[in-house]
Ligand binder design. Sequence first.
Ligand code: FMN
Length: 227
Amino acid sequence: MGSKKFLISGWHIRGVAGLGVEREVVLRGPTDPVLLVVASHDGRGHTGRLAEAVRKGAGEVEGTEVVAIAVDDMAPEQWFLLDDADAVIFGAPTYMGSASAAFHRFAEASSRRWLTRRWQDKLAAGFTNSGAKAGDKSGTLGYLTTFAAQHGMVWVNLGLRSGWNSTKGSEDDLNRLGFSHGVAAQSNTDEGPERMHESDLATAEYLGKRVASYARIVAEGKKAMGG
Ligand SMILES: Cc1cc2nc3c(=O)[nH]c(=O)nc-3n(C[C@H](O)[C@H](O)[C@H](O)COP(=O)(O)O)c2cc1C
């Protein structure tokens, strides 16, 4: 099997395609950016738009390299990206009260990483979208939280108060549907992704920025502690 070299904005990853095979170590210097991966399944475009918003928010934090991967179509090398990430933001549409089957397949495929604790102590966060306003999205965000915890990751919640919950509020508030574990967006089932609610997209951007900021703080903290 031949080896390939990947260059992702300053990140050099050289390895042989395939899970569990040897690869050259990624060497990171003290001035390297933190790596944040948005790992999600996009059903019919709505969750993809959220992923893009998360990515945009994260990219606004100086010193952050953001990479998005589709968990239902992973090149073997993308597992290495996840291995090297400082933070991973997981996303999936809510199907039947939980993350989509495609995301669950990815989660099951990650069990090898679970075994070797490869993702231990990385930051994690999550986002989802549903057709109904509530739509049992707590099931999905709860599942993503548990998935990250199984890997020993450190969950970063949304950190926003509930919006749209008083006479002074409106559906344009951030976190308009009032979830705490992550971004819980909603799109009408008869409308395309171009009609996604601006508040949901802004909330997704907020989460991206929040996670990237914490990833930076952790990286700087480790550096200060000589680690
Ligand atoms: C198989 C399936 C199951 C669904 N289950 C739910 C559900 O439990 N709750 C809900 O509000 N919407 C449900 N929906 C609607 C989707 O959540 C919604 O259309 C989706 O989030 C749109 O994002 P996407 O384009 O990334 O698929 C379901 C849709 C499908 C196709």
